[in-house]
Design a protein around this ligand. Structure first.
Ligand SMILES: Nc1ncnc2c1ncn2[C@@H]1O[C@H](COP(=O)(O)OP(=O)(O)OP(=O)(O)O)[C@@H](O)[C@H]1O
Length: 680
């Protein structure tokens, strides 16, 4: 067998060359290989020695081991063609450092890259000891990673240079191997063909991607146009073709002026002013054109939105949200009152609505916290997206956790098959209103804090992190600072929630608004023409209104029900009753005195009212929805079971007294703070 020795300058070069030579010469020659970095043979005699570079021979220990009877070939090397595609992907004009161990090796490689026609890159040699090196962020190197300067972000490793075919022929000639030359040339060529194949594959992928992108662009509902800096059209989708009455295929590559006959549009697109949007009429269609530059290649993109279609789409999205109950019902116009405290609060809230920051609304029960949250959402940039209200006092902790975060299939026994999407996910893009946040458990507070910090959630029993884009508005009628002191509310959560805040004035601090509110609630009622005697307003203005506007609304409902001849008189104002509920605790008495409306109830009904309050609390704690049916089922165990109709009338009384709020749907009836205190 013919044998020769390969001597390389470094271990990496040795490995690269031996791999190349073995692949090409397999079966014809045997090669032993060494490098200066590793151990060299003691002495070589009467052998063919192939050196990877002329500089290898300058090493004394190399010269010492090569006997004078050896034949020495100094290899010619070319750029590693296997990695050339990495360079071809760099955009034309890219400035890149060429990093190698000396000025000579850098220049040799740059020269051979240029000879190979890879000239679209501007190479700048970089080697150890270079003074005033330029700070360029891309580097090309034949594996000399340790020499790459720190400021470089992208490295293209083209690997050590390989042996040129002429050197391979020289080796074959030495052994007088003529007949395998064809085979060997083919093996060498095969490598180059593999590279061409790879490039062709990449080309195919790019073509497919392009086709796919064009299909996507054509599927979009808006017209899309892209032009180069010189005004040539590069993208023109089908929708735009319909809008402008032009065939997309015909205009791609043309200049804007040749393709479109609309001077005002062309002037807007090519104009260098800051104007981003303008309305146009194309035939019968009104459209808004939005333009923006693409940073990378300085093209300009314009989107064309058909106004009618957009309005229709928004309408259908809104009705979809409405069906789910995910819309905010109120705007700032629904917040009645012209007193100075309310006007000031409304003005602040309107400003805060425009930001996208987390907001905490503080105010006594019934001051309109939910009303404000809803109005803020509707005045925000998220007004077309869902608004979801969640009340922490209404449902149990476990149920609340799964309501908010959802769960994955099989998360716990009794979990719905297929899992459940939580409210945070459903509110994505919109606003979530966390009412009575002071009633959330410490465990839930920890989870909420994570949502605020990370803007992501994980379903219960899930492992996937789901990013969410939801604005949080929280509300409380509790003194959270006091709760922090007691250790029942997390201070870090408080600060995260109170990025912005609105403090709602109590009704007794804005009694000027009472006449307006009375008018408003009567107008809204089934008896909009009922008159109110001036003494009634006077009396109402003198009451303490611990239940605020809600209490006032309930009082008006009561007065409308009991008044005669379409006029409300002072006698219709609910009297302070001496029933056990209002007398049971001094605190409640204080809260319910004066204004708290009391319907006349026979004494044993008072016990029933307490039982009903208690059962609402029990049902909610179990994680179920407190509704008439559930209360009726519980009443089966009382001395006098109640019908659904009887429960309905008692719930009306409890609501009138401010102890409960009746909600339809998911959360059912819930206790107010006054209701909870009553039970305590
Ligand atoms: N300024 C106002 N103008 C018109 N209606 C109001 C106003 N303030 C409150 N209301 C009405 O009073 C009732 C209570 O309001 P809301 O539910 O928003 O209060 P809240 O502060 O969230 O109460 P709670 O703390 O008990 O949940 C609702 O019917 C609401 O429409």
């Amino acid at each position: 067998m013919n044998e020769f020795v390969l001597l390389a300058g470094s271990k990496d070069t040795r490995t690269a060359l031996i791999n190349q030579l073995q692949e090409i010469m397999d079966g014809y020659v045997q090669i032993s290989s060494y490098s200066i970095e590793e151990e060299l043979p003691k002495s070589l005699h009467n052998q063919l020695v192939v050196l990877s570079h002329p500089l290898v021979l300058e090493e004394p220990k190399v010269r010492a081991c090569i006997g004078t009877d050896c034949k020495v070939i100094i290899a010619k090397r070319i750029i590693n063609y296997e990695n050339i595609d990495k360079l071809l992907y760099l955009p034309a004009g890219t400035r890149a450092l060429y990093v190698n161990d000396s000025f000579e090796t850098c220049m040799e490689s740059i020269e051979s890259l240029k000879k190979l026609g890879i000239e679209h890159i501007h190479y700048i040699p970089f080697y150890p000891g270079l003074q005033n090196a330029r700070k360029i962020e891309i580097a090309v190197t034949p594996g000399a990673f340790e020499l790459i300067p720190e400021h470089v972000h992208d490295v293209v490793n083209i690997g050590p240079r390989l042996m040129d075919i002429s050197t391979i022929h020289q080796i074959l000639d030495h052994f007088q191997l003529h007949e395998p030359e064809d085979v060997i040339s083919q093996r060498y060529l095969r490598k180059i063909i593999q590279l061409s194949k790879r490039l062709a594959d990449a080309n195919q992928i790019a073509t497919n991607l392009n086709k796919h992108l064009n299909e996507v662009l054509d599927g979009v509902n808006d017209g899309i146009l892209t032009i180069t800096q010189g005004g040539k059209i590069t993208v023109f989708n089908e929708e735009l073709g319909h809008l402008l009455g032009v065939s997309p295929n015909r205009v791609i590559g043309q200049s804007l002026g040749d393709a479109i006959d609309h001077p005002e549009l062309i002037e807007f697109l090519l104009d260098s002013s800051d104007e981003k949007d303008r309305w146009f009429t194309f035939g019968q269609v009104e459209a808004v054109v939005h333009r923006f530059p693409l940073n990378n290649d300085q093209s300009l993109v314009a989107t064309f939105k058909n106004a009618r279609k957009t309005i229709e789409l928004e309408r259908s999205l809104r009705s979809e949200l409405k069906k789910k109950g995910f819309v905010a019902k109120y705007t700032f116009d629904d917040i009645i009152g012209e007193s100075s405290p309310l006007t000031k609060t409304k003005a602040i809230a309107k400003k805060l609505a425009k930001t996208d920051l987390t907001l905490l609304i503080q105010g006594e029960s019934g001051t309109g916290k939910e009303l404000f949250a809803s109005a803020i959402h509707n005045a925000s940039l998220r007004d077309k997206r869902p608004f979801l209200a969640v009340n922490f006092s209404a449902i149990s902790e476990d149920l609340m956790e799964s309501e908010l975060f959802g769960y994955d299939d099989g998360a716990f026994t009794g979990a719905k098959k297929g899992g459940k999407v939580g409210l945070f996910e459903q509110a994505n893009g919109g606003t979530i209103f966390l009412d009575e946040i002071g009633d959330s458990s410490l465990k839930l507070q920890a989870r909420l804090l994570r949502v605020l910090q990370e803007k992501e959630i994980m379903r219960i029993g899930g492992s996937k992190i789901i990013p969410i884009d939801v604005r949080i508005i929280a509300a409380t009628n509790k003194n959270l600072l006091h709760m922090i002191e007691q250790g029942t509310f997390r201070e870090d959560l408080y600060h995260r929630l109170r990025v912005l805040f609105v403090d709602l004035p109590s009704l007794r601090n804005r009694t000027d608004d009472i006449p307006l509110l009375v008018r408003h609630f009567i107008h809204q009622s089934k008896h909009p023409h009922v008159a109110v005697m001036p003494q009634v307003i006077e009396k109402l203005a003198s009451l303490p209104w611990h239940g605020n506007v809600r209490e006032l609304k309930n009082t008006i409902d009561y007065m409308l029900a009991v008044c005669e001849e379409s006029t409300i008189h002072v006698e219709n104002i609910p009297l302070q009753s001496t029933n056990p509920i209002s007398n049971s605790s001094p605190d409640v008495q204080e809260r319910t005195s004066g204004a708290m409306p009391k319907a006349p109830v026979i004494p044993d009904e008072e016990d029933e009212l307490l039982l009903i309050l208690r059962s609402i609390q029990t049902i909610a704690k179990r994680g179920e929805t407190p509704n008439r049916r559930r209360i009726m089922e519980m009443s089966a165990e009382w001395t006098r079971p109640l019908s659904e109709q009887q429960i309905r009338s008692r719930l009306d009384v409890l609501e009138l007294r401010g102890y409960i709020v009746k909600n339809r749907g998911r959360f059912g009836t819930r206790l107010t703070e006054a209701g909870v205190r009553m039970l305590e």
